[in-house]
Design a protein around this ligand. Structure first.
Ligand SMILES: [Zn+2]
Length: 143
């Protein structure tokens, strides 16, 4: 049996044994992801939900409809204005009635509202170079 090299320039992968595709497995996956980004992100979301033990009844069709309707499809990414999928009820999994789109900054604000006060104080202190009452003695003691 001969070994065929992947058709992608500079890729050193080899094609699958059946030889039906001119690309290696990695390149085939990347090409699929580029062509069907929403299918790929749906798959990734489902995978993450599974790893974290969350229920997942959302279908790919529901996900795509949601993504298009909320502009998530165009806006997803890593900046603070990018949209991210949020579960409305954190105790419930990924169901069509339990997901909404919020920006990443809203997501961190939501986290901020659920954290204990001492943690908020410490975060504010970091931002304002302000040391909360309870820590003043600690920091002056070491100075
Ligand atoms: Zn390749």
């Amino acid at each position: 049996m001969k070994t065929n090299h992947c058709k992608t320039k500079r890729c050193r992968g080899i094609t699958t044994k059946s030889g039906r595709s001119p690309y290696c497995a990695g390149c085939r996956y990347r090409r699929w992801r580029d062509k069907f980004p929403l299918h790929a992100s749906f798959h990734a979301l489902k995978q993450r939900a599974h790893e974290r033990g969350k229920d997942f009844t959302l279908t790919r069709e529901q996900y795509i409809e949601f993504a298009v309707k909320t502009n998530y499809a165009k806006m997803k990414g890593k900046t603070s204005m990018s949209l991210t999928i949020d579960r409305i009820d954190n105790n419930q999994g990924y169901h069509v009635w339990n997901i909404r789109c919020i920006t990443l900054s809203e997501n961190s604000r939501k986290l901020f509202t659920t954290m204990p006060d001492w943690m908020k104080d410490e975060i504010r202190a970091l931002e304002a170079v302000y040391i909360p009452e309870s820590h003043r003695n600690l920091s002056t003691a070491s100075a």
